[in-house]
Write a protein that binds this ligand. Structure first.
Ligand code: FES
Ligand SMILES: [Fe+2]
Length: 385
């Protein structure tokens, strides 16, 4: 991303971030928050806590996928969200809709993963649904004299597309537009899907998320990958709503020292990591962006859904090769993070710590836990208990 003009004045401009980075480089400093945090280890290990976190996800407007994963009519993404099998699909009218992924005959899931379909046909007995969810046909329909097809379409879940992202809310449709209004336009128009994938990580979703949200570990964890080209413990951390943005500069940022403020292009000179509370991370890389959604499966299992998006055209092979080379490099760092996360997961069971400690450099993580704690308090009210 090269411009931040649409960020609703909540975030600094690229030029302001760069200036703040230079102050830190010159003084050997980094952004520091005002608050430290102790998160009980039980909150990473308890089934009760995980269940509450799933209910928080069920009660919120959250990111489902980038719009570019559903580029054409019939494109769908089907996956579980907070324990609920869902399918999101673009209709012939161009609108994106979400449904519970369960056939209205006997509940079988219609599709899984990603694909493109002209209609959704149940693999069990072949009940067929249109892209707008309506029940189109029942094989041997005379066996179901009581079924009114008009009332047996797929069950809709609130869905809203905005600024290159598709959001859902399993609880109610109320205020989705308002809910997403705090999310700046992170993915510019014209971005397309380069690739996507999912991966199961045997660690609590918060442990996994935490590894993306601070730069305090760059030297130690990423000795021969990121550290030689970045800085240790040098980040600019901003907040917007319940969300955060962490800027990780590359040493190549020095090339901007004497550039006019109006002429700043940070592509390839820093990585922005946006944390969209609670479970989404969007990162900028040279020529592309990555959207990562962490789906908690149980206390110690997370499914990570990743989407790589870019505005580079299919025929621009040289630029695409450069993006994929960059991604190979980023993947090396991601493996280093993953090993640490798996180790931290084992550490939870050691009994050594009653809590995990987060310092003044780890503001984005402090905010994650502080907001989760707040949501946890609000939960009985949200669920109408
Ligand atoms: S369960 Fe879907 S057609 Fe029977
Ligand atoms: Fe890392």
């Amino acid at each position: 991303m090269t411009e931040n003009t649409n960020v609703q004045n909540q975030l600094l401009s690229d030029a302001e971030v760069v200036q703040r980075i230079f102050v830190h480089i010159d003084n050997g400093t980094t952004d520091k928050g005002k608050q430290t945090w102790k998160e009980p280890v039980d909150n990473y290990r308890s089934k009760k806590r995980l269940d509450a976190e799933l209910r928080i996800l069920q009660n919120r407007t959250i990111v489902f996928c980038p719009s570019s994963a559903l580029a054409k009519p019939g494109d769908y993404v089907a996956r579980d969200v907070a324990g609920m099998p869902l399918i999101t699909i673009r209709g012939l009218d161009g609108n994106v809709r979400t449904f519970r992924n369960a056939c209205r005959h006997r509940g079988v899931q219609l599709v899984n993963g990603q694909g493109c379909a002209r209609s959704l046909v149940c693999p069990y007995h072949g009940w067929a649904y249109s892209l707008d969810g309506s029940l189109k046909s029942i094989p041997h329909e005379h066996g179901f004299p009581d079924v009114d097809k008009a009332t047996r379409g797929l069950v809709a879940v609130a869905c809203y597309e905005s600024n290159g992202l598709v959001f859902i809310n399993q609880h109610s449709q109320a205020n989705m537009e308002q809910d997403v209004s705090f999310v700046p336009k992170l993915i510019p128009d014209g971005y397309r899907l380069l690739n996507s994938g999912s991966q199961v990580v045997k660690a609590n979703w918060k442990l996994h998320l935490e590894s993306s949200l601070e730069g305090y570990h760059i030297r130690q964890t990423h000795k021969s990958t990121f550290f030689p080209v970045q800085y240790d413990n040098l980040t600019v951390i901003e907040t917007f709503g319940e969300n955060s943005r962490v800027a990780f500069p590359y040493q190549s940022i020095e090339g901007l020292r004497h550039k006019k403020q109006t002429n700043i292009n940070v592509n390839g000179r820093l990585t922005y990591v946006y944390h969209l509370f609670p479970n989404v991370v969007i990162s900028t890389f040279p020529g592309c962006m990555q959207v990562v959604i962490l789906e908690p499966i149980d206390e110690s299992t997370t499914r990570q859904h990743s989407y790589l998006v870019s505005d580079i055209g299919e025929n621009e092979t040289k630029q695409l090769d450069a993006v994929f080379e960059g991604q190979k490099f980023a993947a090396k760092g991601a493996i280093e993070d993953l090993e640490i996360v798996l180790s931290a997961q084992r550490g939870l069971a050691s009994g050594a710590n009653a809590f995990l400690e987060f310092g003044l450099f780890e503001t984005a993580i402090v905010r994650l836990h502080a907001h989760l704690a707040k949501e946890f308090e609000r939960l009985p009210k949200l669920s109408g208990e």
